[in-house]
Design a protein around this ligand. Structure first.
Ligand SMILES: Cc1ncc(COP(=O)(O)O)c(C=O)c1O
Length: 440
């Protein structure tokens, strides 16, 4: 039955131009594998793995079966002072999946909750160590760490902060972002230019005294802002400066964990170990909301002191370790390990890069950049109407080419399935090329 106008009006959609969308809603009623089914019965090839989160494809039968079993066995369990058994199993398996030394995780319900949890853990850790003066946080321009107050404070996407400016949390600085089209346009993989931008952290350490800074949080590859791969040696440099000043390094891997850059975690791809890693999205293949914050051993240990009847960290969510989400997570981790997913993702990287960069000469294109299975095509904004060209491209892809492509303002973004076919991907990008040639 088609939706009524009342139903369409009733839903205040997230990060969506509601009035524009509701004139001609892009509605989906089903999904299987690499395709959505639209409400008008078309198969839509998904170029974005859901919203970065469904890298194994939609409705993976093993995850569906695990969730169905779990919801009929233990639907929910009090998360404080009790625990569902399978959330411990998932924590144990995540520790094995993670880089060595990350043997503890805190479960959340989303990436935003993971980001705020990580910031709180960092601040509380220093306090537990007797360093309560370490209360400054450092984020990065164009960074995205979700939409809660901590996340938008360390985040650096202007429109997400503007309205809330007066109420952002205190004591936050931002590093510069690393995109400069004069120096690194049309980069393939990590740009050669830009490592020196990490030295801004040294400047902040000099300004505030490094001993007052609790943590630096960055996405190893900035995703939501339009895919900014880290310049060669940039992350290493950040790590070195953090070490020099005793600052914790947090990698927000909500997008980059679980194969998006061809390894379990981006920390492994770039050979730089942070102190805290945030995750969500690919943890359950997007099937049930869940996030996890992984901490290295010394951080967890610092909390495990004092009277044993007392709560060590006054923080948690009703849905931390939710049993149905944990079942989805366990099934998802099994698939990552057993179905050669990381190998497939790595093999797809070169054909994806080639297909993406083949659009370099299309009208309006001012930059193309990629790493792993993350790619962006940046379009010049239309005079006086920023975002209009990108939105039109997104809509035309959906209605005319049967593909789902994300636009963040005028940047078209791609997040192919980890197990996508190279030919499907090439066909989808050819379709994007056709759209670009016909929009003004
Ligand atoms: C790096 C990063 N952190 C946090 C988030 C927020 O995740 P969520 O939308 O699940 O709250 C996102 C979402 O895209 C993200 O990319």
């Amino acid at each position: 039955m088609p939706l009524t106008q009342q139903q369409i009006d009733a839903y205040w959609m997230p990060f969506t131009a509601n009035r524009d969308f509701k004139k001609q809603p892009r509605l989906v009623v089903g999904a299987e594998g690499h395709y959505y089914t639209s409400a008008d019965g078309r198969r839509i090839y998904d170029c974005f793995s859901g919203l970065w989160c469904s890298g194994l494809g939609h409705c993976h039968p093993k995850i569906v079966a695990a969730v169905q079993r779990q919801v009929a066995t233990l639907d929910y369990c009090m998360a404080f002072q009790m625990g569902g058994e399978n959330s411990f199993q998932l924590a144990g398996q995540l520790a094995e999946f993670a880089p060595p030394g990350f043997n503890h995780c805190f479960f959340t319900g989303s990436g935003s909750e993971s980001a705020d949890t990580a910031l709180k853990i960092a601040l509380a850790y220093h306090r537990a160590q007797g360093n309560a003066q370490r209360n400054r946080l450092v984020g990065r321009e164009r960074g995205y760490h979700g939409v809660n107050f901590g996340g938008i404070s360390v985040g650096g996407i202007g429109p997400n902060r503007k309205v809330f400016n007066a109420n952002l949390i205190n004591n936050v600085d931002h590093l510069p972002h690393t995109l400069d089209l004069q120096h690194n346009a049309f980069s393939k993989g990590q740009p050669a230019w830009g490592a020196h931008l990490a030295d801004e952290l040294e400047r902040l350490a000099a300004l505030h005294d490094g001993g007052n800074i609790a943590a630096v949080i960055v996405e190893p590859v900035a995703g939501s802002t339009g895919i900014l791969p880290p310049p060669v040696a940039y992350l290493q440099r950040l790590r070195e400066i953090c070490d020099r000043h005793g600052i914790l390094l947090i990698f927000d891997e909500v997008i980059t964990a679980f194969g998006r850059v061809g390894e379990n975690f981006a920390a492994q791809r770039f050979g730089v170990m942070p102190d805290i890693i945030t995750t969500a999205k690919g943890l359950t293949n997007g099937v049930i909301p869940m996030g996890a914050v992984l901490v290295r051993d010394g951080i967890y240990d610092a909390f495990m002191r004092g009277p044993e009847q007392l709560i060590e960290l006054f923080h948690g969510y009703t849905y931390s370790g939710h049993p149905v989400a944990a079942a989805a997570g366990l099934a998802t981790l099994d698939i990552y390990r057993q179905e050669g997913v990381m190998e497939q993702a790595r093999a797809l990287e070169a054909p994806f890069e080639q297909a993406l960069h083949s659009l370099a000469d299309c009208p309006h294109v001012i930059d193309i950049r990629n790493i792993g299975l993350m790619g962006a095509i940046e379009l010049a904004p239309r005079e006086g109407a920023p975002g209009a060209r990108g939105l039109e491209a997104h809509k035309r892809c959906f209605w005319e080419e049967d593909i789902a492509v994300r636009n963040g303002m005028d940047i078209l973004q791609f997040s192919p399935f980890l197990n996508a076919g190279a030919e499907d991907l090439a066909r989808a990008l050819e379709a994007v090329g056709r759209v670009l040639k016909t929009i003004h």
